[in-house]
Design a protein around this ligand. Structure first.
Ligand code: OTD
Ligand code: ZN
Ligand code: ZN
Length: 350
């Protein structure tokens, strides 16, 4: 049996949905087994808005952690038009909160409390620029006249670029970019602009979602785009460029909430992400860039040190079989199916 082994620093996930309660307990081990840290998205119902909310949520995550796992949740606050700049500053300075998340109202799952009038958050953005707290943006406009496939490109032009011009010192992460325009805009920025890329957007395009029958488990927001965009994302992720780093956007929903007339957006990929990424980077002849994407560029952007332990990615001739779904007390959550056989597995440092 032939074996290829790649040792990299333990990866981090710079964009993750863990939910709460039973779902949190069910999905957390998929991440905490292999990742050192993750930026935890605040779109609970109700959202994580105040430092007190973040503290409570962090404690619930830590309480749900399996024994022996060494994982740090990095908390975020959900920016609303009434966010208190002082509360935010205190939460940042105490280390409780690592970033603030901007959702345009209605852009994705549980984003009803998001921002409608950007002038109302100018004071908070000013403060964040001052103290170096990053703003993470879900970069899609939500006005009904803009086609869903154009929402990212229009957001960059009409919202993101004006914000960055108004607050040139503000650190910004373009979350889960899905287009060539997103890649190009991230490349045009300086070192205070970063972009996360999901595993699934490196693998699926909109044909995978829609051709030959609709695939609810490939439905996520931002929606997968045409092939040229997927190729642009692959080029960016595998380039080694420090502005691009992994954010899985693993977003679990019960199957029953995806397989219905109005199915939820979100792909659960935490469990097999590193295996899928090794496959993608190998396909691109860029295995030597995987560590930068998954383990080095993210911490560098956030001003943190990389993890001190390693993981091994090991490829053998033997197929790695992941379960099709994971159980929760309320029903199964389907795991992202990349559409190719997986031969890479993750081994934790002994
Ligand atoms: N996209 N689903 C969810 C969030 C993300 O935009 C996102 O970050 C979710 O279910 O929370 C999704 O498709
Ligand atoms: Zn988002
Ligand atoms: Zn997300």
């Amino acid at each position: 049996m032939t074996e290829t082994r790649l040792t990299i620093r333990r990866p981090d996930d710079w964009h993750l949905h863990l939910r709460d309660g039973d779902m949190l307990k069910s999905v957390l081990p998929s991440t905490s087994a292999n990742f050192g840290r993750a930026i935890i998205m605040p779109n609970l119902v109700p959202p994580v808005v105040t430092s007190q909310d973040a503290e409570g949520y962090r404690d619930r995550i830590l309480a749900a952690m399996p024994e022996g796992h060494d994982f740090t949740p990095l908390m975020t606050l959900y920016l609303t038009e009434t966010t208190d700049a002082d509360d935010l500053e205190q939460a940042a300075k105490s280390g409780l909160v690592t970033a603030v998340k901007l959702y345009p109202a209605g852009a994705t799952t549980n984003s009803q409390s998001g921002v409608r009038d950007f002038d109302k958050v100018a004071g908070v953005l000013e403060r964040m620029a001052e103290i170096g707290l990053p703003l993470l943006v879900h970069g899609e406009v939500t006005t009904p006249d803009v086609d869903i496939f154009d929402r990212e490109a229009v957001f960059i032009e009409t919202v993101l670029d004006p914000i960055r011009r108004k607050f040139p010192k503000l650190k910004v992460v373009m979350e889960h970019i899905t287009t060539e325009e997103g890649v190009n805009y991230a490349r045009s920025g300086g070192d205070n602009l970063g972009a996360t890329i999901t595993t699934h957007h490196l693998i699926i395009n909109r044909n995978d979602l829609l051709v030959g029958g609709i695939k609810p488990h490939f439905y996520c927001l931002p929606v997968a785009k045409r092939e040229k965009h997927r190729l642009a994302l692959r080029a960016a992720a595998t380039s080694g460029d420090a502005r691009f780093f992994l954010g899985t956007d693993s977003a679990p929903h019960l199957d029953q909430n995806k397989l219905c007339e109005c199915g939820c957006a979100g792909i659960f990929s935490a469990l097999n992400t590193m295996s899928c990424l090794a496959h993608v980077f190998e396909e691109e002849g860029a295995l030597d860039k995987l560590e930068a994407f998954a383990s080095l560029n993210g911490p560098a952007f956030y001003g943190m040190a990389p993890n001190t332990t390693n993981v091994d990615l090991v490829k053998t001739d033997e197929k790695v079989v992941y379960p099709p779904n994971i159980p929760t007390p309320e029903g199964p959550v389907t795991l992202f199916n990349p559409g190719f056989d997986i031969f890479w597995k993750v081994e934790n440092e002994k």
